[in-house]
Design a protein around this ligand. Structure first.
Ligand SMILES: CC(C)(COP(=O)(O)OP(=O)(O)OC[C@H]1O[C@@H](n2cnc3c(N)ncnc32)[C@H](O)[C@@H]1OP(=O)(O)O)[C@@H](O)C(=O)NCCC(=O)NCCS
Length: 334
């Protein structure tokens, strides 16, 4: 295809805002408006030149964009989008192939051990095949939503509650405190170590990256962090055993960013108690629409969300490619 020449992101200025706005609107309509909150760090990173990738040009306009970043052997493709005027002309394919050529085939570059993507693609009609044809595994993910009704009486919901686990152990639920970053990072890391999501979110297994993710969420990287509706579960002596992290996107809408329970406490009702508390508090504050994303194969999480009133509102794919070359076989420059 001779049209739509590709230019490295590093060589073009930040002149693709209309494309990003279109992506935010389309993905927001399809998956929920929390997508716009998730885009904030992406847009900031693009503006600051923190991503590599390409744009496809259509004359003076940007027809498509791919953006990725690599850290410690894992490359993550965060965005792959083509404007509606230029779809079905193989532009996504060219953008993705140029990216994969850089990452997998460039002899001058140490290839990543893993390439991951959860770009919520809305511009391609058969996105799973697009990735599968390039040797990526497809992990089906669901967007779940629930509608909340504001309680009729203006009773104040208690922010702290005592509860008993299904096997009789007492635990306590409370809101977020600044000192929670460290212990909750550890809960997330341990919970994800045995989760079906460990291959698509390997960052959560690394203490440093998991800590940065939790700090980022608390600082508003996924929408405005809601510290009151966010819940932390602790033992009576204050040891953290679970968390539900909540963010607000638009007025009346919230997004559950993470739910995690320490492995030795799973299956005892702690996750359900955390989500139920969060939904009660969100409803009492006038939130009527709550969304979250979950891997279809995560049976325990699906069971929890269905039981607390969520239904499946859409599907998207998470894509992962792992190098067959052991990292020790890769020649590392001295
Ligand atoms: C998902 C998670 C938060 C659930 O927390 P939890 O405290 O174990 O949840 P609960 O005990 O309240 O409820 C879990 C439900 O799933 C069921 N369950 C557990 N494992 C299951 C499995 N493999 N298949 C089917 N159902 C399963 C439990 O029996 C329970 O249902 P029940 O009450 O009807 O018996 C927890 O397992 C976890 O931290 N997992 C790792 C991180 C993760 O995947 N987070 C979700 C990201 S979207």
């Amino acid at each position: 295809m001779s049209g739509f020449p590709l230019h490295p992101l590093s060589e073009v200025g930040f002149r693709f805002r209309p494309l990003l706005t279109e992506y935010g609107t389309e993905a927001g309509e399809r998956f929920g408006w929390f997508v716009r909150s998730l885009m904030r760090p992406l847009v900031k990173g693009l503006a600051a030149g923190r991503f590599e990738g390409y744009v496809a040009q259509a004359g003076r306009r940007t027809a498509g964009i791919v953006a990725y970043a690599e850290y410690r052997g894992t490359a993550r493709i965060s965005l792959l989008h083509v404007g509606h005027e230029w779809r079905n002309r193989g532009v996504e394919e060219r953008l993705l192939d140029a990216t994969l050529a850089d990452l997998r085939d460039d002899p001058a570059r140490l290839p990543p051990r893993r390439i991951l993507s959860e770009a919520m693609m809305v511009s391609h009609s058969n996105q799973d095949a697009l990735w599968a044809n390039r040797r990526f595994s497809v992990v089906p993910r669901l967007i779940m939503r629930t509608t909340l009704v504001r309680p009729a009486t203006r009773t104040r919901m208690p922010l702290t509650r005592d509860a008993i686990s299904r096997d009789g152990r007492p635990f306590r639920l409370r809101g977020w405190q600044a000192a929670d970053v460290r212990p909750i990072t550890e809960v997330l890391r341990r919970a994800n170590g045995s989760s079906v999501d460990r291959d698509i979110y390997p960052e959560l297994l690394d203490p440093e990256q998991a800590g940065a993710a939790v700090r980022g969420i608390a600082a508003g990287s996924c929408g405005r962090f809601d510290r009151r509706c966010t819940g932390v579960a602790t033992t009576p002596d204050g040891t953290s055993i679970g968390v539900v992290l909540c963010s607000r996107c638009r007025p009346g809408e919230a997004f559950i960013v993470e739910v995690a329970v320490a492995p030795d406490w799973q299956g005892r009702g702690v996750g359900t108690a955390l989500v139920a508390r969060a939904l009660d508090l969100l409803a009492s504050r006038g939130v009527s629409d709550v969304s979250l994303g979950v891997t279809r194969a995560n049976a325990a999480a699906l069971r929890l969300y269905e039981r607390t009133g969520f239904w499946c509102a859409g599907e998207f794919g998470s894509y992962s490619w792992t190098s067959e070359v052991e990292s020790s076989d890769i020649h590392r420059p001295a």
